[in-house]
Design a protein around this ligand. Structure first.
Ligand SMILES: Cc1cc2nc3c(=O)[nH]c(=O)nc-3n(C[C@H](O)[C@H](O)[C@H](O)COP(=O)(O)OP(=O)(O)OC[C@H]3O[C@@H](n4cnc5c(N)ncnc54)[C@H](O)[C@@H]3O)c2cc1C
Length: 349
């Protein structure tokens, strides 16, 4: 495949990952982003990739996704450890499965959801846990909880990964143009600061910034970080809850990320009292020992979503657009990057 000059708009999760892989494949990539630099500055709107809890849940997410999304997720679960091994900076990644939890009063709701998940993932053996097995896996859980193991699911530390992807891409030779907003993209060219710049191919990974070319919207998500030394948690938990998809995701440093609301609004302001109360009450009901945890951080961000809430990979001569990663960006980005590379290879034949 000949080496292409590629202009890429958007240095979020998808942009960093794709720029890195394209450069490793021999292309010359220049990335444009309105951010002031590779790390979000205080008060600046940050890429959604920084905020994500980093759950990699191809089975549990089938509640709001289809089989092709699950296939992208399963493929990405194979690619992440291989690709992270090529990064010089360490990134916490674990694949110990995740637990779906329900309070006994929600048994009916849980069984309906499990039937949906199982019918959409016939090859996966979701395991109902008895008390002994549940306590062996997660001894900190409230004793009455019903639990099911989603085997093979994983997690990635999104902040470490954003940093490591930038470092790996820079080392590979990616050129970064910070403080540069791209306000128009066409096949073979993009416009920044009033000037059209030509490339063999341009790639649009601007998330919400891809409007008006794409009908993308932002879906508000709020989450909190708890510092909980001594509270055992080994894998992501997901609690069935009437209003939120509440999850608890352990991170190194005795941290537990509790998320996340999903609100049809582009309001980026701080977390509301209502979401704080509901998310933390749910977390406490799952692990009573969290009562003495400290709330050390909260964050709000917007997930880029298309009208069907499914990801888009559009490819034509001189132009690739990837968007609509919604609540699944970390889950599916490597497989999408792999597909984008394959599309470019086809185009250049
Ligand atoms: C609260 C929350 C929790 C989440 N949890 C998970 C999870 O557990 N698992 C999971 O898989 N996913 C999760 N996600 C979703 C995931 O973060 C997103 O799907 C993913 O970050 C989208 O990646 P992206 O690269 O398309 O967009 P982003 O990461 O938002 O990056 C877009 C980039 O484009 C840049 N940009 C914008 N406008 C322009 C412009 N005009 N010109 C140039 N550049 C521009 C932005 O500055 C940004 O750097 C979560 C998201 C949120 C908000």
């Amino acid at each position: 495949m000949p080496s292409l000059q590629i202009g890429l708009a958007g240095a979020g999760l998808m942009g960093r990952l794709l720029a890195w892989r394209l450069t490793l494949a021999g292309h010359r990539v220049t990335v444009f982003d309105p951010a002031s630099g590779p790390e979000p500055a205080a008060g600046e709107a940050r890429a959604a990739g920084w905020t994500a809890a980093g759950m990699l849940s191809p089975v549990a997410e089938l509640e709001c996704a289809n089989a092709s999304m699950a296939a992208l997720g399963q493929r990405s679960l194979l690619l992440w450890p291989q690709w992270l091994a090529q990064c010089r900076q360490p990134v916490f990644f674990a694949q110990r499965g995740s637990l779906l939890l329900a309070h006994p009063s929600d048994r009916g709701m849980a069984q309906r959801l499990l039937a949906v998940l199982q019918s959409r993932s016939p090859g996966v053996a979701i395991e109902a846990l008895d008390t002994t097995r549940r306590e062996a896996l997660e001894p900190g859980l409230q004793s009455q909880l019903l639990a099911w193991l989603m085997p093979g699911e994983g997690q990635i530390h999104s902040v470490q990964a954003m940093q490591a992807l930038f470092a790996a891409a820079s080392e590979a030779g990616v050129q970064w143009r910070w403080d540069q907003m791209v306000d128009a993209i066409e096949a073979g060219r993009l416009r920044t600061e009033g000037d059209w710049q030509r490339f063999d191919c341009v790639i649009d990974t601007r998330g919400l910034g891809a409007r008006p070319e794409l009908p993308v919207r932002g879906v508000r998500g709020e989450l909190l970080w708890l510092h909980a030394p001594g509270v055992p948690l080994h894998r992501p938990l997901r609690l069935l809850h009437a209003r939120h998809r509440v999850y608890l995701v352990p991170r190194p440093g005795d941290l537990i990320v509790v998320g996340a609301s999903e609100i049809e609004s582009e309001d980026r302001s701080s977390i509301s009292l209502r979401s704080t109360v509901e998310l933390l009450a749910a977390a406490h009901s799952v692990i009573p020992e969290l009562a003495e945890a400290r709330v050390v951080h909260s964050e709000t961000n917007l997930r880029p979503a298309l009208p069907d809430n499914l990801p888009l990979l559009h490819s034509e001569a001189g132009l690739v657009r990837i968007n609509g990663l919604f609540r699944h960006g970390w889950l599916i980005a490597p497989a999408l990057a792999e597909q984008a590379l394959a599309q470019l290879e086809l185009q250049s034949k």
